[in-house]
Design a protein around this ligand. Structure first.
Ligand SMILES: C[S@@+](CC[C@H](N)C(=O)[O-])C[C@H]1O[C@@H](n2cnc3c(N)ncnc32)[C@H](O)[C@@H]1O
Length: 445
């Protein structure tokens, strides 16, 4: 098989979702309504190609981190699931140690190696080629360049081989460093790095994020607005679901982020995406004029009733993200999100055509940013009707607002501890990040 041959994936890319760690799920009996989609049969060669790539990689050639299985998702036709393995209990602790911060630690748990600038501390004797144990400084108190075994609170995340000596790393300014400092050979959790694997065809994404794309359900030829788009996981999914036909307008607030969206679009060969550095909250303008051609809408802002679908995947407190080794967010910041998110909706509702779909999603857990926002939206925009979602792999919304039981059942909440899914749910649907999805139709009112 040539890779290109397997790609119906060219027009229908595969999303790859990893499970982050094992949980003994204490499942409730809340009923879900799984709605099977037409199955896209995955080319067996694709699955075997991915398996071979991992099994041959150093991470999976040792017994501590055996190659994880690759499974087509039972409901989502364009998703492969790679369960994370671990924690691996018998990893040896080496005397030579590397310290990293919580962000680098989370990246390691997601399958990354350690880039040299990410090394916070290394014991004095570390040389290139040495076996090292890697620890995360969970309180952010380890100073850069630290050279003793660190005695503050720390978490072991696995073993690796130093590719640079301590001197290589700390004798130059951090901004001049590049390349891999430590190659993780036995991470605590086995999570496949997908960096070079079929990069024109697959996108690594959290499972609930792939559900959000399907819930929006964009069709070929439509105009879709992705209001908060970077790095473009959902943007590229939407364009793929549209078979690259129509227009996906992606907005984000900095040029660097917009460049990332476009880089991902180019990588996947998705030409129907146009990304702009633009405040989503200002995306609507009565005075704006839109090009007639649905594939070239031009720059934002856009006139009312321009889009067939709008996704507001809002900036949020991200408390559902996994893996997470620490969180330094202040209460003031946490409390700032609901009002910031609300700024986005007047424009989102205005640019949406009547009869069309708005999806709101977050990767956080708070009532204020999730069910509370749905309550506020329904009160503020009487034209919005809350509607059920397909596919439905999560659980209902939480009580605590004025939303009725029926309305809560229309919401889709993924608790990161996995116990709010139906008893027949697939294991990959219970071991996810925390996520929230609400779907609305704009009615003529
Ligand atoms: C949850 S992330 C989006 C993730 C993205 N949808 C994906 O799936 O790859 C939220 C994004 O909103 C962006 N953002 C924050 N404020 C914004 C604004 N006023 N207008 C547009 N984007 C904004 C942030 O820069 C961030 O990239």
């Amino acid at each position: 098989m040539s890779v290109a041959g397997s790609i119906r994936l060219f027009s229908r890319h595969i999303r790859v979702a990893t499970r982050h760690c094992r949980y003994a799920a204490n499942m409730s009996s809340i009923p879900t309504s799984p709605a099977p989609l037409p199955r896209l049969s995955l080319d067996p060669d694709v699955e075997s190609h991915i398996k071979k790539t991992y099994c041959n990689s150093q991470e999976y050639s040792n017994k501590a981190a055996p190659c994880p299985p690759v499974e087509p998702h039972p409901v989502l036709p364009d998703v492969l699931v790679i369960p994370t393995t671990g924690p691996h209990p018998n990893l040896q602790h080496h005397t030579k140690e590397i310290m990293v911060d919580i962000h680098c630690g989370a990246a390691i748990l997601r399958g990354a190696h350690i880039f040299a600038p990410g090394v916070l501390g290394a014991t004095a004797d570390v040389q290139a080629g040495d076996q090292v144990s890697v620890y995360v400084d969970v309180e952010g108190k380890c100073l850069r360049g630290f050279q003793k075994p660190y005695s503050g609170p720390r978490v072991f995340v696995g073993n690796g081989v130093a590719r640079m000596s301590r001197d290589d790393i700390f004798s130059v300014a951090q901004e001049q460093l590049s390349g891999i400092g430590v190659e993780m050979t036995s991470p605590l959790y086995g999570c496949p790095p997908l960096n070079d694997v079929m990069s024109d065809s697959i996108f690594l994404q959290n499972l609930p994020s792939t559900v959000a794309g399907h819930v929006l359900d964009p069709q070929p030829g439509e105009r879709v607005l992705d209001m908060c788009a970077a790095p473009g996981g959902k943007t590229t999914h939407l364009a793929t679901l549209m078979s690259n036909q129509g227009a996906v307008i992606a907005l984000d607030k900095s040029q660097g982020k917009v460049d990332k969206v476009m880089a991902n679009a180019r990588r996947l060969g998705l030409t129907c995406i146009q990304a702009y550095m633009f405040d989503g909250g200002k995306a609507a303008s009565e005075a704006a004029v839109c090009e007639k051609d649905e594939t070239s809408l031009g720059d934002p802002p856009y006139p009312p009733n321009t889009f067939d679908r709008v996704l507001v995947d809002a900036p949020c407190s991200a408390l559902g993200q996994r893996p997470a080794l620490g969180n330094k967010m202040k209460l003031k910041t946490l409390k700032s999100y609901p009002s910031y998110q609300r700024r986005l909706f007047p424009a989102a509702v205005q640019v949406l055509k009547t009869g069309c779909t708005l999806v709101y999603s977050t990767c956080t857990l708070t009532l204020e940013e999730n069910e509370g926002q749905v309550e506020w939206l329904l009160n503020t925009f009487p034209c919005l009707e809350l509607v059920p979602q397909t596919p439905y792999l999560g659980g209902p919304g939480l009580s605590g607002t004025s939303l009725t039981q029926d309305q809560l059942q229309m919401l889709q909440r993924f608790e990161p501890w996995g116990d709010n899914r139906g008893e027949n749910s697939h294991p990959s649907d219970r071991d996810t990040i925390g996520f929230f999805i609400a779907k609305f139709i704009k009615r003529a009112r």
